[in-house]
Write a protein that binds this ligand. Structure first.
Ligand SMILES: NC(=O)c1ccc[n+]([C@@H]2O[C@H](COP(=O)([O-])OP(=O)(O)OC[C@H]3O[C@@H](n4cnc5c(N)ncnc54)[C@H](O)[C@@H]3O)[C@@H](O)[C@H]2O)c1
Ligand SMILES: O=C(O)C[C@H](O)C(=O)O
Ligand SMILES: [Mg+2]
Length: 582
């Protein structure tokens, strides 16, 4: 940044802005123009050296939560340095700013909160039910960066903290999740960090430990009932969309019942999607498309067992069913019959005798001839699945016996323990490799370490089936195409693009998902597919995007997408195979 570029900003803005300040890299002439001499040591450093020091500091911290706090502080004081570091070190930093460490951060949020950002710099926007009369005003208070009127928020991620990862109700501590997801939007898809809006709704908490914790910062009362919940969410969505008509809203980590109800209500009329239902559905469909090639069984012969029957499991099941209909010519009934759901009471059947939640009804079995199957082992014996997906938050549920049965039933069993964070996963990669004798086709929600076979020394890499391969690109594609709503077709196109994003080399290594350092390239592919589909379904409204899609020039479309990605230095970078740098 040069002096002349900066003269339009006032001095206060530049030196205090977490976005504009360059800290120890501020050039001498700028220090002089801004009256900053003496306020930092004399040396003018390069951005590279700043990143090197930040990395050394990060590595000097002894625990992951300390690293989380360090990185949050960096993000809240020097945005570009933070994203520069994250972009260079994706594999090291993502597990700190996202799952698994973000789970620990949410659990301890009220204790670490004052150390995440300097006073006056908000970590996110907190809206409590008591704010109902003043929502519009309070939303406008959220200005973490000196505001340029063109920098209105483009994406909001919103939670009520009621189902954070597999950790349950964490109340306002849930803020770590919208903040974490939006960091992925920036790092993974080049959304401008100044245009992201993390929101946590505070309607109380049913977490007794939080209610008793003297440091807990949320409303110290039980969660409001549905009679208050829905009108409050309505009011928030109305206030947000009136203020920012083009805002894309991502619903995240709401308890399942509410998640489905909010999606049913808003998908047809607002520019929004639910990440746990639709993002997860799309990313696991992508992994499944690649997994069936490795399993060597025709798609129509698969039997898919879901352990867990909440928003994530049903979201994935619906995406898979759509795939069997769209790509394999099955009828809706045939596709539905490929799926078995298991919840805490066992196999979900229509005649089980309990009242099934609305979202389980569609996949409830009616071919069980009156028999019920209460345990996972009894269900596996009954169904003889080819694929087993864990979305239950039940750590260790895929026991040695379960994994051995999957291996005895299949040449290449597909086993995806998808619950987050890693210690909530149904099994680890190591367990899956050992108990299937290396036959498993594997993906987990949180990354597990590579496995080295003790006899052969062969190293195997696990897949990471996490919605982070979908939502950043889906969001970017949505922003670029500007449809009024996010249709099922757009979600489906995102899944297919993610599946197709594997390089020849990644395929030859048996990977299900692209390697993490390629996330921007994958997001570009996903965004381009979403834009293309929006044009095809007639919902896109951005003329430039429509023209490009109609020209059938894929390279030009990808270039358009990547030229719209934010970078730390404002320069467009080549989206080549290993170009993670922001
Ligand atoms: N990998 C990803 O990208 C991704 C995305 C979304 C959610 N998830 C993970 O999926 C998990 C579930 O999320 P959700 O929104 O569906 O939550 P949820 O609480 O709605 O669903 C959990 C389900 O597990 C079932 N269950 C609980 N105990 C069980 C038991 N002992 N045996 C069998 N089933 C049991 C419940 O009945 C429920 O159906 C979480 O851990 C979440 O982190 C992962
Ligand atoms: O947040 C994640 O890592 C994935 C997912 O949205 C979840 O709720 O577990
Ligand atoms: Mg989630």
């Amino acid at each position: 940044m040069t002096v002349s570029e900066n003269t339009t900003h006032n001095i206060q803005q530049i030196s205090k802005s977490s976005y504009l300040n360059q800290s120890t890299a501020t050039p001498t002439e700028l220090r002089s123009a801004l009256h900053l001499q003496g306020l930092t040591p004399a040396k003018v450093e390069s951005f590279e050296l700043q990143k090197k020091r930040a990395l050394a500091q990060l590595r000097s911290k002894s625990s992951d939560i300390e690293k989380y706090v360090f990185l949050a502080w960096l993000r809240n004081t020097n945005v570009r340095l933070f994203y520069g570091l994250v972009g260079d070190q994706l594999e090291e930093t993502l597990p700190l700013i996202y799952t698994p460490t973000v789970g620990t951060a949410c659990q301890n949020y009220s204790s670490i909160y004052p150390f995440l950002a300097p006073p006056g710099q908000p970590d996110g926007l907190f809206l409590s039910i008591n704010d109902l009369p003043n929502l519009t005003e309070i939303i406008q208070n959220y200005k973490p960066f000196p505001q340029d009127p063109s920098l209105t928020p483009q994406i909001a991620v919103i939670t009520d903290g009621s189902r954070i990862l597999g950790l349950g109700d964490l109340g306002v501590g849930g803020m770590g999740i919208p903040v974490g997801k939006l960091q992925l939007y920036v790092a993974g898809a080049g959304i401008d960090p100044r245009r992201t809006l993390p929101i946590t709704l505070d309607l109380g908490t049913n977490n007794e430990d939080k209610l008793k914790d003297e440091f807990y910062l949320g409303l110290r009362e039980k969660r409001a009932g549905d009679d208050k919940f829905f009108p409050f969410v309505d009011a928030v969505i109305e206030a947000l969309t009136s203020l920012y008509p083009k805002l894309l809203i991502q619903f995240e980590d709401f308890s399942s019942e509410h998640a489905f109800q909010l999606l049913d209500k808003y998908q047809p009329k607002k520019f929004c999607f639910n990440d746990d239902i639709q993002g997860t559905g799309a990313v696991i469909l992508a992994g499944f498309m690649n997994a069936i090639n490795l399993a060597g069984i025709p798609a129509k012969d698969h039997k898919i067992l879901f352990f867990g029957a909440g928003s994530a499991a049903v979201g994935v099941a619906k995406q898979l069913a759509a795939y069997f209909v769209n790509d394999h010519g099955m009828t809706e009934d045939e596709a539905r019959e490929m799926v078995w759901l298991v919840d805490s009471k066992g196999l979900v059947t229509l005649d089980r005798g309990d009242k099934l939640a609305e979202h389980k009804l569609y996949f409830a079995r009616k071919d069980n001839a009156g028999s019920q199957y209460p345990s996972i082992t009894s269900v596996i014996e009954h169904v003889r699945p080819t694929a087993l997906f864990g979305l239950s938050s039940q750590s260790g549920a895929f026991s040695e016996d379960v994994l051995k049965s999957m291996a005895s039933l299949n040449q290449r069993p597909i086993v995806f323990p998808l619950s987050n964070p890693a210690y909530q996963a149904e099994c680890s990669f190591e367990q899956a490799m050992i108990h299937t004798k290396g036959k498993v086709i594997f993906a987990s929600g949180t990354a597990f370490p590579k496995y080295t076979d003790p006899n052969t020394g062969l190293i195997s890499a696990p897949g990471q089936g996490n919605n982070m391969y979908i939502f950043p690109g889906l969001g970017l594609g949505g922003i670029l195409a500007q449809p009024e709503t996010i249709s099922d077709r757009l979600i489906y196109s995102a899944a297919r693009a993610c599946a197709n994003a594997l390089t020849v080399e990644e395929r030859s290594q048996g990977l299900l998902y692209p390697v993490l350092p390629r996330i921007r390239q994958v997001s570009a592919e996903v965004a381009a597919a979403v834009v293309t589909e929006a044009v095809a379904e007639g919902s896109a409204t951005n003329e430039e995007a429509i023209k490009l899609v109609k020209s059938h020039d894929k390279a030009a479309l990808l270039n358009f997408v990547s030229s719209n990605m934010w970078t730390t230095d404002g320069v467009q970078h080549e989206i080549t195979t290993f170009a993670p740098h922001l």
